[in-house]
Design a protein around this ligand. Structure first.
Ligand code: ZN
Length: 290
């Protein structure tokens, strides 16, 4: 019989040394099934792996979607009895994602992507965690690759991997579900009664990768294993590009210390544009359960 999801995930965590003894791992949870399953597996095996696990939720403050997601991650954290940190965007930006994007004249998914990557690095770093885990799956990688090919951003594809090592400016980024398909994750979450919400982000119809991801469903059905082969072979191809990429070393943002190619990072630039104080991060308080 084929190996189960949990066994394959643990195989990747151990085989590729995604975590080491003594690591403090923050799992970025959205309320959706992918990050919930990643958190569930890491929390379940925390002791044998010798790691500490906490959850980080970014509350974008998009009305109903956010309150639903928030309730779900609280339920998940209680069930796993791990600490939860919730970063509320309103506290730092004075408003939610929709309005921030409008004021900046940018697409909400673009702003959300930039801010997510930013906080998923700077919050763990400031709170003393050295690893951030996300729920990215095989379907996400397919969407990511094709979208970047369409936009001509080949150098981004070179960074696609189950693990990006720690640097001076960034925590280690790990994707335990890297080789797992979305449908398998849904099945696993349902079978194990892992709390997740199906409520979709209202901006999702604007997400550039949504239709690309779904178009692969037909291909996968006709030729099972296509997603895996596709991602594996593109990663092979990307290794050649990587060498060029590695010569460019990012600098620290002069306001907040996040990695950037210039002197000021994209997020601090956004804050300056909005008349907010750059580099001022409102760190979330911990919620603990007994
Ligand atoms: Zn900055």
């Amino acid at each position: 019989m084929a190996k189960g999801l949990e066994e394959r995930v643990m195989g990747l965590i151990r085989g590729d040394r995604l975590v080491r003894r003594g690591d403090k791992v923050m799992v970025a949870v959205s309320g959706g099934k992918d990050s919930a399953v990643a958190a569930w597996i890491l929390a379940k095996h925390a002791e044998e792996l010798g790691i500490e696990v906490a959850l980080l939720h970014l509350d974008q403050q998009i009305h109903e979607y956010s309150s639903d997601a928030r309730k779900t991650v609280e339920k998940l954290a209680k069930q796993l009895s791990v600490p939860l940190y919730v970063h509320e965007w309103r506290k730092e930006w004075g408003t939610g994602l929709g309005e921030i994007a409008e004021k900046l004249h940018k697409a909400p998914c673009h702003v959300c992507g930039v801010l997510k990557r930013y906080y998923q690095n700077i919050i763990p770093k400031k709170l003393g965690y050295n690893v951030v885990a996300t729920g990215h799956n095989l379907d996400d990688s397919v969407g990511f690759i094709i979208n970047n090919l369409i936009n001509g951003q080949i150098e981004y594809i070179a960074k696609l991997a189950p693990m990006l090592p720690e640097t001076e400016l960034t925590v280690r980024k790990i994707k335990p579900l890297f080789w797992i398909q979305e449908w398998e994750i849904r099945k696993f979450a349902d079978e194990h009664s892992i709390p997740y919400t199906n409520t979709r982000c209202p901006f999702q119809q604007f997400a550039p990768t949504y239709h690309i991801r779904r178009s692969f469903d037909v291909v996968e059905e006709k030729r099972p294993g296509t997603r895996k082969a596709f991602v594996k072979n593109v990663m092979k191809l990307a290794r050649a590009v990587k060498k060029v990429n590695e010569t460019k070393k990012p600098k620290a943002c002069k306001y907040c210390g996040a990695p950037t190619n210039g002197d000021v990072c994209a997020v601090c630039k956004m804050k300056i544009k909005l008349g907010l104080e750059p580099g001022k991060i409102v760190l979330p308080e911990v919620m603990k359960w007994n």
